[in-house]
Design a protein around this ligand. Structure first.
Ligand SMILES: O=C(O)C(=O)C[C@]1(C(=O)O)C=C[C@@H](O)C=C1
Length: 364
């Protein structure tokens, strides 16, 4: 390509950037107007709701439907995700607590869902994320709930039994683990590998094959593992890209998870009910009396009404020995007439039924 051709193309890019800049600014001014309208239409004592997950899901879906390339749908939606995040920050900067420390996959999930224009707050434990939201110190919390290789995150399920929370969104993240070392690590003398217990489990076969005799040490998070390695010469960590970048570690081996489709689902928790979008999920907790056929009775109304169950999980209830609660996710919104009638049928048989929330299915 000649110098002249390159120059002409860059001039075109400059002129397009100016237009993009003007359009983004116009969009941001529109969002400010939206905020003014929201503030102006409040009833006495009502608090404005700036963050609207149902609307955000619609915007992102529309972008993906209309995108003609060459950028892929996900890539384009990610760009719009960030634009919307910045527009919302003009209306109200959201405060989001997540399972920390910085560099965890939960932080990556929070950014994927809310974009980067939020004030994020790392918490030391899942329960603390719940408490922070309950105390009103943040608008939303982000917690892991299930992994495709390792199953349910029990701390999260148990926290739902203790706190009154509304689930207002979900996000799925492909989890890639790397074996990370620091500048001072002697790579032929690694005698311990740090990571979160779930991540060690997700890489078990790889570790058996490559580091069978090295001690595996479970720590509170992958980011904590990365932090430790920085100061030691004989250790490595299993963690993701964010932690690697944050602690300046390099990858000795990439994508070492045993299953290539290894992914984790995260939930956004808050106090805000989300209206239907037409493509939603609902999460409920049900406790049934301890008798034969109870689970069958619980599931029949879903089957009879053609409602798609996406997950069912069992946990011991806190109220009695050998009694259980079921965590169920299904397609639909609790305001849909069909879902409403199924929930009514179940509540006649159940000891207790709690709707944890209806929320848009993950778009990104
Ligand atoms: O539509 C709204 O209610 C807005 O506040 C605008 C907007 C956007 O930028 O598109 C911003 C934040 C909301 O979470 C949803 C959408």
């Amino acid at each position: 390509m000649s110098e002249q051709e390159l120059k002409a193309l860059r001039l075109r890019i400059d002129s397009l950037d100016e237009k993009v800049l003007e359009l983004i600014s116009e969009r941001a001014r529109c969002a400010q107007e939206v905020a003014r309208v929201k503030m102006g239409s409040l009833a006495e004592g009502e608090v404005p709701v700036f963050y609207r997950p149902e609307r955000e899901a619609q915007v992102l879906k529309r972008v993906m439907e209309r995108n003609k390339g060459p950028l892929g749908n996900e890539e384009m939606a990610r760009l719009f995700r960030e634009i919307m995040s910045s527009c919302l920050a003009l209306e109200q900067p959201l405060k989001v607590a997540y399972l920390g420390p910085e560099g965890t996959f939960t932080q990556a999930a929070a950014m994927k869902h809310f974009g980067h224009a939020v004030i994020s707050k790392p918490m030391a434990a899942i329960d603390e994320v719940f408490r922070e939201v309950a105390a009103g110190a943040v608008n939303f919390g982000v917690v892991p709930v299930e992994n495709s290789t390792e199953g349910a995150v029990n701390h999260t399920l148990d926290s739902f039994l203790e706190h009154d929370m509304v689930i207002c969104g979900e996000v799925e993240l492909r989890i890639h683990h790397h074996l990370l070392v620091g500048e001072n690590t002697k790579t032929d003398s690694i005698s311990r590998i740090y990571s979160h217990a779930q991540s060690l489990a997700q890489c078990r076969k790889w570790l058996d094959a490559h580091y069978p005799n090295v001690e595996r040490i479970a720590v509170s998070s992958n980011a904590e593992a990365a932090k430790r390695v920085k100061g030691e010469w004989n250790s490595a960590a299993i963690a993701g890209d964010m932690a690697a970048g944050l602690y300046g570690l390099t990858r000795l081996a990439e994508k070492i998870e045993d299953r290539p489709d290894n992914s984790t689902r995260f939930l956004m928790i808050g106090n805000q009910e989300v209206p239907p979008t037409g493509d939603d999920k609902t999460s409920i907790i049900v406790s049934m009396s301890n008798r034969p056929g109870a689970l069958h009775e619980l599931l029949v109304p879903f089957h009879e009404n053609g409602i798609d169950l996406t997950r069912i999980e069992t946990r011991p209830s806190r109220s009695g020995k050998w009694t259980y609660v079921f965590f169920i996710d299904f397609a639909g919104h609790h305001r849909d007439p069909l879902v409403k009638s199924v929930l009514e049928q179940i509540s006649q048989e159940a000891v207790a039924l709690k709707v944890l929330g209806s929320y848009p299915k993950a778009v990104l």
